[in-house]
Design a protein around this ligand. Structure first.
Ligand SMILES: O=C[C@H](O)[C@@H](O)CC(=O)C(=O)O
Ligand SMILES: [Zn+2]
Length: 277
């Protein structure tokens, strides 16, 4: 497991492109038959992926990684499948998780195994895990069961549908909040006007993006914005003090996830358009 430390905004102001990418950009989420994990010290969120192709992928850890005997001993997990049909087996109970479906796995689950239904169309499980000191029930949510709503408009090129899976009013968790936003064709902007939430960090994972398209992800303090170029199926870490927004050369979908002091989706400090620099 890769470990990244947290960054101070005064230091980040000095970063060049390579350093910004090294600290915040996660270029590889899926590798065949592997579990890829990045632990950031921003609220100790883990961002990663499991991509079972020719064999199942097991959620493992060792004493050096988390200092526990099994991964979810003191953590909870959110999973969204962005690939072919698959399933997640949690302590012997199998949950079929199809494209854009979500599984929450509560603290204390000992054995978590990721499976693909068809190796020609492997499942791609995007993963987020946060520390948890209380167990909540393992729960699957389909797109139709999620709390969804329309946001934005075509005149601002940000017509999109938001799906909230794990949040205060949905699937219960200790601190993890997770959902997915799908942009309509012709809409390129997410989360503009932008916001920060000093009470929670956030991670974005961009997908449904053609190979020859990119997203300029925007980060930084509102008066010190920077960009990180994103390709399909890549993630980016947003510290609590940073905006997180983006504009693509094509429409796309992204998964957002947060960890921190509360689970209130609407707890955001809006940044006025005229404040941005
Ligand atoms: O704190 C919440 C997050 O930044 C996202 O949910 C924003 C988002 O999905 C969007 O505007 O499209
Ligand atoms: Zn946010």
């Amino acid at each position: 497991m890769e470990r990244r430390f947290a960054s101070h905004p005064n230091e980040v102001k000095q970063f060049d492109t390579a350093r910004l990418r090294k600290e915040f950009h996660i270029p590889v989420i899926f590798a065949p038959d592997e579990l890829k994990l990045v632990l950031t010290h921003e609220d100790r969120m883990i961002v990663g992926g499991a991509n079972p192709v020719n064999k199942d992928v097991v959620l493992t850890t060792d004493l050096k990684d988390l200092g526990v005997t099994y991964f979810l001993e003191r953590r909870e997990l959110g999973v969204i499948n962005v690939g072919g049909k698959g399933s997640v087996v949690v302590d012997g109970a199998e949950y079929e998780i199809d494209f854009k479906e979500c599984l929450y796995v509560g603290q204390g689950a000992k054995d978590v195994i990721f499976k693909s239904a068809d190796s020609a169309k492997p499942a791609k499980f995007y993963l987020n895990s946060a520390p948890a000191h209380q167990s909540y029930p393992t729960t699957k949510t389909t797109l139709a069961e999620s709390e969804s709503g329309a946001m934005g408009g075509l005149e601002n090129s940000n017509e999109r549908t938001i799906h909230r899976f794990i949040h205060a009013g949905g699937v219960q968790s200790a601190q993890l909040v997770m959902g997915m936003t799908q942009l309509k064709p012709g809409s390129m902007w997410n989360t503009m006007p932008s916001h920060t939430h000093p009470r929670r960090m956030e991670a974005y994972f961009y997908f449904d993006l053609p190979d020859d398209s990119i997203v300029f992800h925007l980060m930084g303090e509102p008066t010190e914005t920077r960009h990180i170029v994103m390709h399909n199926e890549q993630a980016v870490i947003s510290p609590s003090w940073s905006i997180h927004s983006g504009v693509g050369t094509h429409n796309y979908t992204f998964i957002w996830s947060m960890a921190g002091d509360n689970k209130r989706y609407d707890d955001m400090d809006p940044v006025g358009m005229k404040e941005l620099q």
